[in-house]
Ligand binder design. Sequence first.
Ligand SMILES: N[C@@H](CCC(=O)N[C@@H](CS)C(=O)NCC(=O)O)C(=O)O
Length: 326
Amino acid sequence: MGQLIEGKWTDNDERPSDANGAFLRPSSKFRNWVTSDGAPGPTGEDGFPAEAGRYHLFIASNCPWAHRTAIFRKLKGLEDVISHSIADAPKAEGWSYTRGLDEMQPRGDGIFRLHQVYTAADTGYTGKVTVPTLWDRKRKTIVNNESSEIIRMLNSSFDGIGAKPGDYCPKALLAEIDEVNAFVYEHINNGVYRCGFAKTQEAYDDAVGKVFRGLDWMEERLSRQRYLTGSRVTEADWRALPTLLRFDIVYFSLFKCNMRRVEDYPSIADYTRELYQWPGISETCDLATMKSGYYLSMPHLNPSGIVPTGPDTSWLDAPHGRAKLG
Ligand SMILES: N[C@@H](CCC(=O)N[C@@H](CS)C(=O)NCC(=O)O)C(=O)O
């Protein structure tokens, strides 16, 4: 994909890396928060109160960061409160959609592109155009494009206007959730990208070692407790699931994370099954598009554009045995 430079689309797909060739993920630029009453959140401006029909999520089925937000929208029953658009198959100029939103409409070629949303929010925007993006239809701007923050908003900011009960970041567990999230992000969520986007053998070796140390840690933990932070499902689990679901079908092959599959880790596999089978969750998991989306949008890793047939994903549908852990 390319990026916007001072509001103009360029096909420059350079991924930042450090002096050793290790991938560096750019930080997200829009950091406002929707709050129950519009008070400012931990970062950004005030003036984004929870309101039904006001906010719109742009996502893509293959993206694990966007998948987190789709999961929280589903868990919290926010489908009628926050509208969403799912990207089409990759086309030129980044994420594209069949339909526009309000006054933002497809260009002459009939394609509506996410970069139009970014320049609507900031005419001189420079940077990556990423999903998920949370758009405010009233103020006509991007509220936030950082998935970890969007899911925190969905977890509680809409509770006063009809969100389903359920707190996935309870205060008593917050410190542990944050600690687990940081470890899982570094070793697994972002770790797989550090394997795929490494520019040197040394950077890859470092990244792949970290991914499997992370999975070994997770396996040990999940062999003695049902969820990552104990006996209750939390945000930490919903942040892990999108990466675990993509691991065997994408990261194992395309990103060279091929020491072991998730399916080979008995506890992680069973845990992944339980979360996948959670009410409503499989509806957010388009396994075919998860795979094709990656294989079709990364010509530097898959120049032929051929999408592999396997692997078999039927293990996700087998009954899980996690209840024995309490
Ligand atoms: N920090 C962001 C990362 C989002 C992200 O990197 N999304 C990818 C898709 S998986 C994207 O849109 N990439 C577009 C690009 O790199 O040009 C978040 O967690 O929300």
